[in-house]
Design a protein around this ligand. Structure first.
Ligand code: ACO
Ligand code: KIV
Length: 553
């Protein structure tokens, strides 16, 4: 990268050697404000229409947002009409504040106030960019002149308050690009704006929203800026400190979390981080990060797939498969060691009543977010025996004995390696069935009869080979022992049973027996499985399967 010299180091840090935020903990939810319908919407190639906005607004209310920025009413007729519809059709829950954004220009302010007349609860949000870059490039004005835009805009808005008689009105001011503004100047503008609005006279607190409009530093620098601002603002109890981060450096979430440690009270963001360029802060992630630290976020994401589907339909955006919490693949392990650990964790969870969720590689219970356990393990050539046996157990109820896992895992791995792709659960099952279950060549059990006399069991079995059917007989202390002796007497010998397991599969009249038998032949272990409605038949098939597999090698 030969052009690094084009970019200069970040210049707007504060000097805060006694910073306190690194020792703080996130132990309560902030006030949340969704800006999906404004900042998110303004970044869409095709902004939402009124119907989509209505559906989205309902979604935000259902999730539990109490402050929702519903638009920039002076921007377009659609924005204006949507807000009017919300108010005129009484669609806003009584405990929800709608928020509207405007520049500090009189005709836009006036139109904004017109848009919200009659609303029960309103946040009037005005922004003026304060950064050096904006002052020089956009406004071409000095610090004092830019401050005057903010103060004059605030004064003008205040003169219109009588038009909102009967509404609960809060004022929000954003020094846009706060993070790239000289800290003293940002503080000075905000102080002047709050003094102009004078919350002691108007009532309520002023929301001072301090955005990283474009990210420009590491999150710790932003946290310092927020802590410094909170400490130095005169009349901290007259304001709510709000943060509004973007994600240009991919650290929108981190910036928000550190800024909360640094003293911010309120967070603006969007679902899944839709917004300008690389997006706004993803509120879902911050809220669920709190949740997974044991803090109730006060927002309900227990049906994330449904929220995601409404989001995708209304915005036309899609969610990356690895998007935190919401992506298709975030609860899926393909790799063997992860699968092994997840299977062990899930097995323990079934056996023990645990106080805390503790599954390696699954930081959150998928079911808490409306996801299932179905896809937590998927099989490809990176997968191992633990994952394969998890699928067989969870999807097909097959309790493959632990010592057999490596044999099944190897077969499945070979198939996936050969196909160079993921295997469906059905394919995993097929590999298991075809390679281990009821293997009937060269020897097949056609029929058998068991007789019991005292403790002795005798068997007569018809065994079909590729040429003919032979009847063999044997005695033993149980059916399997008798069958082994019958086989050995016929000369199909030179093996020992070294392991045996059985299970019932299914319920009621459709219950089947599954037997797993391991024989050792010439020092090598071979596992076979028998599946039958009859328990003894299942065991005999398991033994023959193991024997047949040893013959194939
Ligand atoms: C960081 C953010 O996301 S801020 C929100 C951004 N969102 C949007 O812009 C979406 C909605 N915006 C719009 O529909 C339009 O831009 C409107 C309606 C606000 C204004 O429209 P127009 O006046 O036609 O155009 P435009 O936005 O280009 O206006 C630029 C002028 O506003 C001035 N301006 C920009 N921001 C502000 C502000 N916050 N307060 C006062 N004046 C401002 C500029 O300096 C410029 O002035 P100039 O003409 O003297 O150079
Ligand atoms: C209007 C402000 C808060 C904004 O959207 C930003 O700075 O990103």
């Amino acid at each position: 990268m030969k052009n690094a010299h084009k970019y200069r180091p970040f210049r707007f840090s504060v000097d805060l050697p006694d910073r306190m935020w690194p020792d703080k903990k996130l132990d309560k939810a902030p006030i949340w404000c969704s800006v999906d319908l404004r900042d998110g919407n303004q970044a869409l190639p095709v902004p939402m229409n009124v119907d989509q906005k209505l559906e989205y607004f309902k979604l935000l209310c259902d999730v539990g947002f109490k402050e929702i920025e519903v638009g920039f009413p002076s921007a377009s007729q659609i924005e204006f009409d949507f807000i009017r519809k919300l108010i005129d059709d009484n669609l806003i829950p009584d405990d929800v504040y709608i928020q509207v954004l405007t520049q500090a220009r009189p005709h836009l302010i006036e139109r904004t106030v017109e848009a919200v007349q009659g609303a029960k609860n309103v946040v009037l949000h005005m922004y003026v960019a304060t950064s050096e870059m904006h002052r020089n490039i956009v406004f071409k004005r000095s610090q004092e002149e830019v401050k005057k835009i903010a103060v004059d805009g605030t004064s003008y808005l205040k003169t219109l308050l009588p038009r909102l008689e009967g509404s609960n009105v809060l004022y929000e001011f954003s020094p846009e690009a706060f993070n790239m503004t000289e800290p003293d100047f940002a503080l000075d503008v905000c102080q002047a704006v709050v003094d102009t609005w004078n919350p002691d006279e108007v009532g309520g607190k002023v929301i001072l929203n301090l955005p990283t409009t474009i990210e420009g530093s590491t999150p710790n620098v932003y946290a310092d800026q927020i802590e410094w601002f909170c400490r130095n603002f005169k009349g901290r109890d007259r304001i709510i400190v709000s943060i509004h981060t973007h994600n240009d450096r991919g650290t929108g979430v981190a910036s928000t979390e550190l800024a909360l440690l640094a003293g911010a009270d309120r967070v603006e963001g969007t679902l899944f981080g839709n917004g300008e360029r690389t997006g706004n802060l993803d509120i879902v992630t911050v809220a669920l990060n709190l949740y997974t630290m044991g803090v109730d976020p006060g927002l309900d994401f227990s049906n994330l797939p449904q929220i995601r589907s409404i989001y995708e339909r209304c915005t036309g955006m899609s969610i990356h498969p690895r998007h935190p919490y919401a992506g298709d693949l975030v609860f899926t392990a393909f790799s063997g060691s992860h699968q092994d650990a997840i299977k062990k964790g899930m097995d323990l969870l079934k056996q023990e009543q645990k106080e805390y969720w503790e599954i390696p590689y699954l930081p959150v219970d998928p079911q808490d977010l409306g996801r299932s356990y179905k896809a937590i393990i998927r099989i490809n050539s990176q997968s191992g025996k633990g994952g394969v046996s998890y699928i067989l157990q969870e999807e097909y109820g097959l309790e493959v004995p632990k010592k057999m896992h490596p044999y099944v895992g190897k077969k499945v791995n070979e198939v996936s390696d050969k196909l160079v792709r993921e295997l469906s659960t059905q394919e995993v099952y097929n590999v298991f069935m075809e390679n281990f279950v009821n293997i009937s060549e060269p020897l097949d059990l056609e029929d058998y009869t068991i007789k019991t006399k005292g403790k002795e069991v005798s068997i007569e079995a018809d065994i079909k080979t590729n040429r003919k059917t032979e009847s063999i007989t044997g005695k033993g202390n149980g059916p399997i022992d008798a069958f082994v002796n019958a086989l050995k007497a016929r000369g199909w010998n030179n093996f020992d049973i070294v392991d045996y397991h059985e299970q019932a599969l299914g319920k009621g009249s459709s219950t089947e027996a599954v037997a797993y038998i391991c024989i050792n032949r010439n020092g090598v272990d071979y596992w076979g499985v028998g599946r039958h409605t009859d328990t003894i038949a299942a065991s005999l098939h398991a033994l023959l399967s193991a024997y047949n597999l040893s013959e194939k090698e």
